[in-house]
Design a protein around this ligand. Structure first.
Ligand code: NAP
Length: 302
């Protein structure tokens, strides 16, 4: 699909169509498993409290499980649940042989350590790819669950057959779930990868000077509209991970989702660009489903 803007043309990296194609492949694999008498993959999601955005994200993950024939279970806990109780609940799911994947939706209340909860999830069920064992294995190039957002971005690049070897990839944002793993993956000796990578963060001086050198620019900082046209090299591939709720009285929900890239001004300069919504977010869910399927098929941890 092409996006004509002000007479110029950037090609859309269409997360909706690509995620659907991946989901179709997953559904076919699930049908095959069932034909062989195996149970379908089972994902458990844990939600603590009723954080608005988390409710939305978990609901779409559960809905997507249904679309591909997975079993899913949503376990809800009150915001006052103690850390020990939540760790116990995680342990119980770890030990349940009928579950292939477990995710604990973030953020958690302040009295619960995200690190402790993340480390309590069995690496072999950690389909979010947040456990240090999975991050370490990924860094070493060993089989691992790759964090869903970077995994989704890799697949978007792959499905559009975009060349990456020898390119300069600039990642803005170094979070453990997006920017850091993305930078490692784009620099690994594989496809997509083999880039020369620059990782920027809030202490990086003159970011525009660096982003202007990017053949592939990945914005993952959570600052709506941060990347402007003058920060982008003509012909660059631009991936917008940002997903920030901003007030919008014209919408029934009262908010709109904004990316980190000013789409309207950057698209005419880019060769390829992801929209928000309809880009990376949908790919993230498709990647989570893929990790769950890989877990059920014992393809990561045998
Ligand atoms: P995060 O944990 O808040 O990390 C943000 C990163 O951006 C940090 O490394 C921070 O630097 C850096 N940063 C902040 N302001 C900056 C600035 N002015 N210049 C340069 N770097 C700056 O965020 P996250 O979890 O990675 O998420 C980033 C965005 O992606 C958010 O909008 C989030 O909603 C979105 N997201 C989307 C998906 C999806 O499925 N589409 C999935 C996950 C996240 P420091 O390290 O120096 O603080």
């Amino acid at each position: 699909m092409d996006q004509a803007i002000n007479g110029a043309t950037a090609r859309l990296l269409d997360g909706k169509t690509t995620a659907q194609a991946i989901k179709n492949d997953i559904a076919a694999a699930v049908a095959l498993m069932q034909e062989r008498g195996q149970r379908p993959p089972h994902l458990v999601a844990m939600l603590v409290g009723n954080h608005g955005a988390s409710e939305t994200y978990v609901a779409s993950k559960v809905k997507s499980c249904g679309e591909v024939g997975f079993q899913s279970t949503l376990l809800r806990y009150p915001p006052a649940i103690s850390e020990a109780e939540l760790l116990g609940a995680v342990q119980a799911v770890n030990e349940d042989p009928g579950v292939d994947g477990l995710l604990v939706q973030l953020p958690l209340p302040d009295h619960i350590s995200v690190e402790k909860v993340t480390e309590r999830i069995s690496p072999s069920k950690d389909v979010d790819g947040f456990h240090p064992v999975n991050i370490g294995r990924m860094a070493k190039g060993l089989p691992a669950f790759i964090s869903a957002t970077p995994f989704g971005i890799l697949q978007l690049l792959e499905r559009y057959q975009l060349p990456t070897a020898g390119k300069h990839c600039v990642v803005v944002g170094r979070s453990q779930i997006v920017g850091l793993p993305m930078s490692l993956l784009m620099g690994r000796n594989a496809y997509p990868g083999n880039c020369t990578v620059t990782l920027c963060h809030s202490k990086t001086p003159d970011i525009a000077e660096l982003t202007r050198q990017a053949d592939i620019l990945i914005a993952a900082l959570g600052k709506p509209g941060f990347i402007t046209a003058d920060m982008v090299k003509p012909g660059a591939v631009v991936i917008d991970v940002g997903l920030t709720r901003v007030d919008d009285a014209t919408r029934k929900s009262g908010f709109a989702l904004k990316g980190d890239v000013r789409f309207d001004e950057v698209a005419p300069r880019a060769s390829y660009i992801t929209p928000v919504p309809g880009g990376v977010g949908l790919m993230t869910i498709a990647a989570l489903l893929q990790n769950t399927l890989l877990s059920a098929q014992k393809k990561v941890y045998g």
